[in-house]
Design a protein. Structure first.
Length: 319
C-alpha cells in the first residue's frame, strides 16, 4: 500500500470512528443525563436503559443526521435547507428538544426566515450559549475532511443557524478543526494545539480547553453550557488512552451526559478509529431516522454515512 493509500485508509477509518463514536457516546450517556456524577468506583460501562431503551441514540445524533442529509444534498452547506430539515425533525415529535433549539425552530416553522428567527431568539436570551450546535457538528468535519478552510466556514455556519453566540460558533469550529487534525493522524494533544492555532476562540473558552487536562473529575460541571461540554470532551480525550475509557469517564460525569458523550465520542472515534469502539456497544446501538419513518439505524448505517460524507474512493485503496 502506498503512502497515499495508507493516509486515505487512516482517514476513512477514523471518519467512520467519528460518526459511530458520536452516536455511541450519545447512547451511552442517555441514561445518565440529568443525573449526578457517578462515584469513581461505580462507573457505568455498558449500554443500559433510561428514558429510552438501551443503546438508543437521542436528539444529539438525530440533529447530526439532519445536518448530514443537508450536506449530502448541498455542498457547501445551504442554511435555508438545513433550517427546513430541522423543522421537519421538530415536527416529527422527537423525544427531546433543547429549550433554545425549540424556540428557534418554532420560529422557522412559523415561516420566519432563519436569520431573522435566530436573531430574535438570541435577543430574547442574549447570554444563551448552549451546546445544541456543537453536539451535531461532526458531519461538517467529515464532508470537508481534506479542506480546512471550508471546514472552518461550514462549522461556523451550521452553528449560526440555531446558535449564533460567539462561544457556540467557536466551539463547533474548534471541535471540527480538532477532528480534522485527528483524521490526518495527529495525536490528540497535538491535534488540540493545532486546532487552537487555526480557530479564533474567545478567551474564556480557550482557557477552559487549555486547562481541561489538569482538571479533576470533581471540578467538571458538564452542564448544557457549551463551554462545559467542550471542556469535558477535551478532558476525556486528553486524560485517557482508549476510546472506551474516554467515553466512560465523560458520560459518568452525569448532568448533560449524552451531549458530552456525543462530542467526546466523535473526538475519540476520530483519534482511535472504528476498531477501537467496543463491539458490545456497536452491537446494541440503534435509533430511528428519520423519526417516525420506521427506518432503524444501526452501526453499519453510520459507517455508510461516513463514507458518503467523506467520499474517499474505496477503489483507490485497493489498487
Amino acid at each position: 500500500m502506498s503512502r497515499l493509500q495508507s493516509d486515505l485508509a487512516l482517514a476513512r477509518d477514523r471518519a467512520r470512528g467519528a460518526a459511530v463514536g458520536a452516536a455511541i457516546g450519545d447512547a451511552l450517556g442517555m441514561p445518565l443525563e440529568f443525573g449526578p456524577r457517578r462515584p469513581a468506583d461505580r462507573l457505568v460501562r455498558d449500554m443500559v436503559s433510561g428514558r429510552l431503551p438501551a443503546g438508543t441514540f437521542t436528539d444529539d445524533t438525530e440533529m447530526a443526521l439532519a445536518l448530514a442529509d443537508s450536506l449530502l444534498a448541498h455542498r457547501p452547506l445551504d442554511p435555508t435547507d438545513l433550517a427546513r430539515r430541522f423543522v421537519g425533525w421538530l415536527q416529527s415529535a422527537p423525544s427531546d428538544v433543547g429549550i433554545h433549539t425549540r424556540n428557534v425552530l418554532s420560529r422557522f416553522a412559523a415561516r420566519q426566515p432563519w436569520e431573522e428567527a435566530v436573531a430574535a431568539a438570541q435577543r430574547q436570551r442574549p447570554d444563551s450559549a448552549g451546546n445544541g450546535s456543537v453536539m451535531r457538528c461532526w458531519p461538517v468535519a467529515l464532508v470537508h475532511w481534506n479542506d480546512l478552510d471550508s471546514l472552518l466556514a461550514g462549522s461556523r455556519l451550521q452553528s449560526r443557524v440555531t446558535h449564533p453566540h460567539p462561544e457556540c460558533e467557536a466551539a463547533s469550529v474548534f471541535v471540527n478543526a480538532l477532528i480534522y487534525g485527528l483524521l490526518h493522524g495527529l495525536p490528540p494533544a497535538g491535534a488540540v494545539d493545532r486546532a487552537l492555532e487555526a480557530v479564533d476562540v474567545p478567551a474564556p473558552l480557550r482557557a477552559a480547553i487549555e486547562q481541561a487536562p489538569s482538571r479533576s473529575r470533581d471540578e467538571l460541571q458538564n452542564s448544557g453550557w457549551v463551554r462545559h461540554t467542550v471542556e469535558s470532551a477535551v478532558w476525556g480525550l486528553l486524560t485517557t488512552g482508549t476510546f472506551e475509557e474516554a467515553l466512560v469517564q465523560v458520560v459518568n460525569l452525569g448532568n448533560d451526559a449524552d451531549t458530552a458523550g456525543a462530542v467526546a465520542g466523535a473526538l475519540a472515534g476520530a483519534a482511535y478509529g472504528m476498531d477501537a469502539i467496543p463491539l458490545r456497544w456497536r452491537q446494541v446501538l440503534h435509533g430511528e431516522w428519520p423519526p417516525g419513518s420506521g427506518a432503524r439505524w444501526q452501526t453499519n448505517d453510520l459507517i455508510a454515512l461516513a463514507d458518503r460524507l467523506t467520499r474517499i474512493d474505496a477503489g483507490a485503496l485497493d489498487t
